[in-house]
Every structure is written in structure tokens, then in C-alpha cells.
Design a binder for this molecule. Structure first.
Ligand code: FAD
Ligand code: MG
Length: 352
């Protein structure tokens, strides 16, 4: 076949045009890890060689949208619309809310109400997530306890509505929504053919793919006695989320007593047992989030029972593993933590 000089010139010009327009287009630049405030925390995402501006924007937009829908701190959020209509009328909501709330109710049932998304009135009373916590009186606690009951939440999937039976009830998805957001970030990344990414939503971590070919990510578990210090445990993970719930995350102290943010719906007080933290490793960050809070509330023995029961539902691929750290610096793990090459980095702790 004969090719004319003009044809070659045009092809070459087109190539140059494409080359320079791609090189000049900032959206094709690969950006280093990006950080934004979302979901009430610092969210850090690293997409490595896949990190275009568009993809970071897309993922962060999704996180902000989830916050707009699920935050109790945003008056117009869907969650607050449900809360404001408690005892009055059902409220039409997005598929996101129906899905996350259904999952929250699943964990509420599995834990017989130890994990309860209607914890809102107690969270508001204790005010622990704000700058200044408040130590309520027993009367104040008794007054709101009847409003904390997941069995009074009615989801109508056909009409996409949610109804809270009693006036004054308040949903709070703070123990599960960050996990959902991390899963959504991963879903979008995967949709754009990203092969590896690190997603850290305020300690709710997703190590997606592997670090390099056949090399897992290495993640650390913080010292629950001094969460700013170096990690005390190292784990090799691939395609897994790691989520920790602990007494050190958010708390206030009064008269030498620490009041933290994970509340026992039966007593109305912060959960008191010998645990400092529980960590869950799971390929679903939402399951990891819900399970870290649930196992922390239930304690070690009932927590392991819960895990076995939930794992039977999740199936082998999503199987969750747990690490409990006690106030005596003892570390207990479920057998399946063996798959993560756990390495103790601090000899003052003992693996039991
Ligand atoms: P987790 O153990 O996962 O959850 C503890 C949280 O769950 C508590 O703070 C409480 O909200 C709730 N909870 C307590 N007891 C129970 C129980 N028995 N059952 C079920 N849930 C329980 N923080 C801010 O400071 N400002 C904000 O504007 C803000 N906005 C947020 C918006 C969204 C959509 C989300 C998901 C979180 C937001 N946060 C905000 C953070 C939030 O308030 C919690 O502190 C955070 O989600 C707790 O996560 P965690 O992993 O530390 O603890
Ligand atoms: Mg949680």
C-alpha cells in the first residue's frame, strides 16, 4: 500500500497534538496521596500510579455525599430528616440509607441490641463527640433509654422509607458509615481499573490490592495506651480493611474517670470491660467497622461467638478476623489472624 507524504504529515501532526494535549492536561498528571476532611475526620487516599485528579475528585465527592446523607451534624442530612420525623411519619430516603441502615439492623439483631443504630439520644446526651463531654445524671439517662431500641425502626424497602416509631428517637450511623464509605472508595477505584490503593478514613483503613506484585501491604495496630506512639503490632494484608474501636478514640475525663464514646445501650454508660481496643480485619470495611464496635461492646468471649456467627453469613471470602487488646496488655486473636503474619513490635505486650 502506498502512503502519501501528506498522509504521513497529517498522522504525525495528529500524534503530536494528542501527545501534547495529554501532557499539558493536568488531569492526566499522577498526583501523590490526597487528603481531605470528610466524615468528621482526616481522609487520606493514595492511588499511586493510578492517581489522576479526576479519580481523586470522584472518590472524595462520594465521601462528601455520604457525609451529607448520613451525618448527624448536618441539619439537612437524610439521617436528620428521619430523626426529625420520629414518631410522626415515614421519610423517603436514598438507597444508601436503606442499605447501611439495614446492615446496622442486622448487627443490632446479631448482638441483641448491644450494637444499636438508635443510640442517637444517648450520644447526644453524653455529647462525647464534641469538644466538651457531659456526665449525665441517672434520671437523664433513664429518660432516654426507652428511645434506644432498634426494634422500633421500620424500613419499607418497596417505598424506600424509614420510620422511627417513637418521638425523640435518633439514628446515629457513626459506628458503621465510615466503613461503608471506605468500601465505596474501593468500589470506585476498582471500577476505574485501579490495581492498588491505600484508603485511610481516620484510621478506618482499606489496603486495596497488594503493595507490589506478590508483596502485601504492611499495616500497624496502634498502642491503645498511647495511640500517638509507634505501632505495637505489624500485619501483612492484601485486599483487606482494618478497623479498630477503642477507648482512646474519643473521650473526656472527669474526677479521674474516663468516659469514652462507645456506649452500652442497656446501661446508658460507656462500655466497661477489660478491653482497650478491638481490631477487625475483613474484606468488607463496613462489616469490619460494625464488628469492631460490636466486639468491643460484647467483650472477648461473646465477641468471638458473634464473629463466628457473622462469618458463617459472610462466607469464606469475606471472613473477618479479630485482635483484642486488654487493659493488662494482653493480646488475644482469633485463629484466622494467623493468615496475616502478625508480628509483635512491643515486648511490653503479651500475645496469649
Ligand atoms: P466506632 O467504634 O466505629 O463507633 C463509635 C461511634 O458509634 C460513637 O461515636 C457513636 O456515634 C456510635 N455508637 C456508640 N455506641 C454505640 C452502640 N452501642 N451501637 C452503635 N453505635 C454506637 N465527628 C465529628 O467530630 N464531627 C463531625 O462532623 C462528624 N461527622 C461525621 C459524619 C459521618 C457520616 C460519620 C460516619 C462520622 C462523623 N463523625 C464526626 C465521627 C463520628 O462522630 C464518630 O466519632 C466516629 O464515626 C466514630 O468512629 P470510630 O471508628 O472512632 O468508632
Ligand atoms: Mg465501628
Amino acid at each position: 500500500m502506498k502512503t502519501s507524504k501528506t498522509g504521513i504529515f497529517l498522522t504525525f501532526s495528529l500524534f503530536l497534538l494528542l501527545f501534547f494535549s495529554c501532557a499539558k492536561n493536568p488531569s492526566k498528571e499522577i498526583l501523590k496521596a490526597q487528603t481531605e476532611l470528610a466524615l468528621g475526620t482526616v481522609c487520606n487516599i493514595n492511588l499511586f500510579e493510578y492517581g489522576t485528579e479526576e479519580l481523586y475528585d470522584l472518590i472524595f465527592k462520594r465521601l462528601h455525599d455520604i457525609e451529607l446523607s448520613m451525618s448527624i451534624n448536618i441539619e439537612s442530612s437524610e439521617i436528620n430528616r428521619i430523626n426529625n420525623a420520629a414518631g410522626k411519619n415515614p421519610v423517603q430516603v436514598s438507597p444508601d440509607i436503606i442499605f447501611v441502615l439495614s446492615q446496622a439492623l442486622y448487627y443490632a439483631e446479631k448482638t441483641e441490641g448491644a450494637f444499636d443504630p438508635t443510640i442517637g439520644p444517648l450520644v447526644k446526651l453524653w455529647n462525647i463527640n464534641s469538644e466538651s463531654g457531659y456526665l449525665p445524671t441517672q434520671e437523664e439517662i433513664d429518660a432516654v433509654l426507652p428511645l434506644v431500641d432498634y426494634r422500633l425502626v421500620h424500613i419499607d424497602e418497596k417505598n424506600s422509607t424509614v420510620f422511627l416509631e417513637k418521638e425523640g428517637m435518633r439514628l446515629d450511623l457513626g459506628a458503621i458509615a465510615k466503613g461503608y464509605a471506605a468500601d465505596e472508595a474501593v468500589r470506585i477505584a476498582a471500577q476505574y481499573k485501579v490495581k492498588r490503593a491505600l484508603i485511610d478514613l481516620g484510621g478506618n483503613i482499606y489496603a486495596y490490592g497488594s503493595k507490589e506484585k506478590d508483596t502485601p501491604w504492611r499495616i500497624g495496630i496502634k498502642d491503645p495506651f498511647s495511640p500517638l506512639s509507634t505501632p505495637i503490632i505489624r500485619l501483612d494484608v492484601e485486599n483487606k480493611s482494618s478497623v479498630t474501636s477503642g477507648v482512646y478514640e474519643r473521650f473526656f475525663e472527669q474526677d479521674g474517670v474516663r468516659y469514652h464514646h462507645i456506649l452500652d445501650p442497656k446501661t446508658g454508660y460507656p462500655v466497661q470491660n477489660n478491653l482497650m481496643s478491638t481490631t477487625i480485619l475483613c474484606s468488607s470495611s463496613m462489616a469490619a467497622d460494625a464488628l469492631s464496635t460490636s466486639t468491643f461492646i460484647l467483650g472477648r468471649e461473646s465477641g468471638i461467638e458473634l464473629l463466628e456467627s457473622v462469618n458463617a453469613d459472610l462466607g469464606n471470602e469475606q471472613e473477618a478476623a479479630t485482635i483484642f487488646i486488654t487493659d493488662e496488655k494482653d493480646i488475644f486473636t482469633t485463629k484466622n489472624v494467623g493468615a496475616y503474619n502478625m508480628l509483635l513490635l512491643d515486648e511490653s505486650f503479651t500475645v496469649r
